[in-house]
Design a protein around this ligand. Sequence first.
Ligand code: ATP
Length: 616
Amino acid sequence: MTGPEAERDTRVTLRTVVRALGLLWSAAPGWSAGFAALSLLAGVLVPLDAWLLARALDTVVDGSGRGAAVSAVALLGAAAVTTAVVAAVTRYAESELARRVALRAKGTLMRAVARIAGLELLERPAFLDRLRLAEQAGSGAPQVLIQAVFGALRAAVAAAGLIVVLAAVSPWLVLLTVAGSLPAAVAAVAESRDRARMLWGITPGFRREMFYGTLLTDAGAAKELRVFGLGDLLHDRMTTELRAIARAQRAVERRAALAQGGLAAASALLGAGALVWGAVQAVAGTITVGDLSMLVTGLAGLRAAAAGLVRCFGDGHHSALVFGHFEAVLETAAAAAVPTPPPPGPRLHTVRPTGVELRDITFRYAAGHAPVLRGVSFTIPPGAMVALVGANGAGKSTIVKLLCRLYEPTSGSIRWDGRDVAGLPPDAVRRRIGVLFQDFVRYDLTVADNVGFGDVRRLGDEAALRAAVRLAGADTVVERLPQGYRTMLSRVFGGTDDADGVQLSGGQWQRVALARSLLRDDADLMILDEPSSGLDADAEAALYEHLRTERGGRSCLLVTHRLSAVRHADAIVVLAGGRVVEQGGHDQLLAAGGEYARLYRRQADGFGRPADAAAG
Ligand SMILES: Nc1ncnc2c1ncn2[C@@H]1O[C@H](COP(=O)(O)OP(=O)(O)OP(=O)(O)O)[C@@H](O)[C@H]1O
């Protein structure tokens, strides 16, 4: 991101600060109030300490007697004990507050991202960069903001108290010390802006570095990395990214060190001058020894408090800037979210059952991209099985994603029983669908979860799980597992005993994923994208037989390159270059001698038999 948007990201708005503090308060109101009170107390203790020390010294020097001296020193000791206890309790309160805020922030962020309706946002690099910063900001920024706000409160109270006690000795020295810390405050804000700009600039590099790092440690990628010898190459690419990130960070740190170093040296000089003046005054008898001690500790305390204030201001400014990303992601995600709670979806095939119709659909993935689908029209009649075939990249999986409302058509409409689904919440439509994606997810969880995730209402319903598993032909897989449905399908999260987790083969995984998509037996539409690509010949034949005879009235869209599997479909839609080039029954398309016949003959030739025989 560049230009005005980047500039906007280096400005803190009051709203962001208020929201960050709001998050803090909502996550832990009691701890927030307690932490504020402790910070105030810690602030008051600083000038009190300096004042008590001065009084104790004066009591000893002016000969007020043993009793007075002992009680003055005892008071000083009590203040020191209180300071130590307050510091320890504050540290604990601070970490507890941080834990609670991190929990709340992460939960809020992940819930918002999970509710994003489609995929478009999750494929936008700028959004992904912001999401990464938001993850960091959500857990870290409120904590830094807590430290900054309450640290500033502590420092301000301490500074105010010290100003009051020191003003009695030398008002102009106080004025000089306070004025001396102003340039540092300006430098802190400039540094925090510089840091925020740098952070945004290095985020794409961080994402790439994480990608390489994950590849290098991922068990799934390990085979290719080792056989192709990619380890060193990926490692080099990762370190190149890390070096670029380090260069950007170093530049900011250098600028900050120069500015801070210069200002700290100036402030130390000022302090030394003040002490020389104090010593001269004490020797001349203009001020007491107690006053001199108060000058020594008080001015040091005031300088520390001022530096603390500046640091808190800079940290607070920076964390508010970073928290802006958290806010921005929540806003963007909310704008793209499915409505909560989703209204109940209309049942398909009930009122005027006309099925699912794609009407003149054109679709491009992003503005500026060429259209992937151009004027696609076809219908999946109620209860029918329609096969979608075509070459790689023809647009088949894109149609699957559009039916699932993961993207919206650029033009044209999808109608369920004549009703345009664009007017319905995506969730309402999705509840009517059972889907197996080509790149289905392999959850590192139990069989029961892997199947049950197809319909969370039935997670614990063993009878339903068994029925779906049988229909998918996965029953033979589950029967052989050591703990049946409770077997963990993961070697990574298998448990402490290495034998606990099981790694399935590709085809076995496909059967489990298929069972997941079949679990919704009340769905109106089943979408199966390459359901048999990993299955052996027997399993494939059994699957299509099951789908033909045991669909229970569900319509089915079958996407496949295995043309032998589509012969018995009620209709076949042939896609080429994003257009429907033919549609009809198997015999009709074969007789037409077009694209389908060509593809079919090519596959039949592969088995060394004439297409007509293959068709029989
Ligand atoms: N998320 C995406 N962003 C941008 N372009 C995409 C995306 N997904 C797919 N495409 C493009 O859309 C076109 C159609 O892809 P699609 O996955 O729908 O083809 P397909 O017919 O399912 O192919 P295959 O048989 O190889 O699975 C391809 O040119 C692909 O590059």
